[in-house]
Design a protein. Structure first.
Length: 391
């Protein structure tokens, strides 16, 4: 095939953004062929904005069975991500899943098992912040081993600010029954993915969180978590949607370097010798290891969603690498689920023994008493420029 015929399930905030970037030619391997949404108003929007050449369907299944598409983006509320990814996989339709992979790991694990049965289907995850040159370089440096082992990680990611109007823009938003979580499920999946992509998976998680502390919502909008890594290193992850003009600072301390990613870019302070060696040999009570700033070359690239979709097109047509395979979505979600379970039970969670059934049982308790807001005027907003990450 010369062009990939693309369909999109869900043309709300994210789906409409994807539709526009394809229609504008940002991802030249694709042509937008069809969209599906259960909301008639969104189909009317598609008619007015995307033109008659794009087919409109009032159900995902009708579009997937239409033979009009070769690939599909799943951009519906979180609970239905695995459902529609599986529908695509089983039809041989290449699929890109919006984050998060799902709400709970049990359903995502089932999705990944189906994906294994369809290796010819190119399955990607929309982890667009992996395209940021700052985080790509951090991963390269940490994974190289040149600076020794990780000793500590700290990420303060509080610039995911959202006003009440955001949560009032949809009855499903920020509810246990509709969204399945708050900042950890909606905004911070990007950072949780980057955290493990760069530093590896933690082994233990303890978390404290507040539910509806800053907004009239059911789910978490303030989180502080502590983790331990298999090598004994520790980490702290802090996030919220309640800090106006919040911050984004990611610091990694290694045996032989300190790395900081923030709005100014990436800085790396290299020690003259590994800290364990300095501490062992130094004879000065208040001595400190010598250090020097490294000149870090970055290419400035940060193509975000366009980059993920272009890589996906390249994978479908030319066998090129994805930014993130769909099966990788379970890693950050495991951390997120562990944070919730720790906060709900007041106990540390060992990820090697993470009880998926207990998590799901606890989630269902909250779903059972979840309330949807009444008289909500549904709004679709322009999401461009809203993504944290050295912006």
């Amino acid at each position: 095939m010369e062009k990939i015929r693309l369909g999109i399930i869900g043309i709300g905030n994210m789906g409409s953004g994807h539709a526009k970037r394809i229609a504008e030619g940002n991802c030249p391997d694709f042509v937008l062929s069809a969209v599906a949404d259960i909301n008639p108003k969104r189909l009317e929007w598609a008619k007015n904005e995307l033109g008659e050449s794009v087919k409109k369907f009032d159900s995902a299944e009708a579009m997937l069975d239409s033979k009009e598409i070769d690939a599909c983006i799943v951009a519906v509320p979180h609970y239905d991500h695995p459902k529609y990814v599986i529908e695509c996989l089983e039809r041989g339709i290449h699929v890109m899943c919006e984050k998060p992979a799902g709400v709970y790991t049990k359903q995502v694990r089932e999705m990944n098992e189906v994906a294994k049965k369809h290796p010819d289907v190119v399955f990607g995850m929309m982890f667009n912040q992996r395209t940021n040159c700052v985080y790509k370089k951090m991963r390269e440096l940490v994974q190289s081993g040149d600076f020794g082992q990780i000793r500590r990680t700290n990420w303060i990611i509080t610039d995911w600010y959202r006003p009440q109007a955001y949560f009032d823009s949809g009855s499903w938003r920020a509810t246990w029954s509709g969204e399945g979580g708050g900042v950890l499920l909606n905004q911070a999946p990007h950072n949780l993915d980057l955290w493990q992509w760069i530093c590896g998976m933690p082994s233990k998680i303890s978390a404290r969180m507040k539910f509806g502390k800053w907004h009239d919502i059911e789910v978490e909008d303030d989180v502080t978590a502590y983790c331990e890594y298999p090598n004994g290193a520790t980490g702290v992850f802090i996030t919220t949607t309640g800090d106006a003009k919040g911050t984004n600072r990611f610091e990694i301390q290694l045996d032989r370097a300190r790395m900081i990613a923030d709005y100014s870019g990436l800085s790396v302070l290299e020690f003259d010798m590994p800290e364990p060696e300095f501490s062992r040999t130094n004879k000065i009570p208040f001595g400190n290891v010598g250090a020097h700033e490294l000149k870090i070359e970055l290419d400035g690239a940060n193509p975000q969603h366009d980059g993920v979709l272009r890589a996906w097109g390249g994978a479908i047509l030319r066998g090129e690498p994805l930014v993130a395979h769909g099966s990788e979505g379970i890693f950050g979600l495991t951390i997120s689920n562990a944070m919730h379970l720790s906060a709900w039970t007041g106990r540390e969670v060992d990820l090697a023994e993470f009880d998926e059934d207990l998590f799901y049982d606890e989630l269902k308790k909250r779903i059972a008493v979840s309330r949807r807001k009444e008289n909500v005027v549904e709004q679709v907003a322009d999401t461009s420029g809203t993504y944290a990450g050295n912006k």
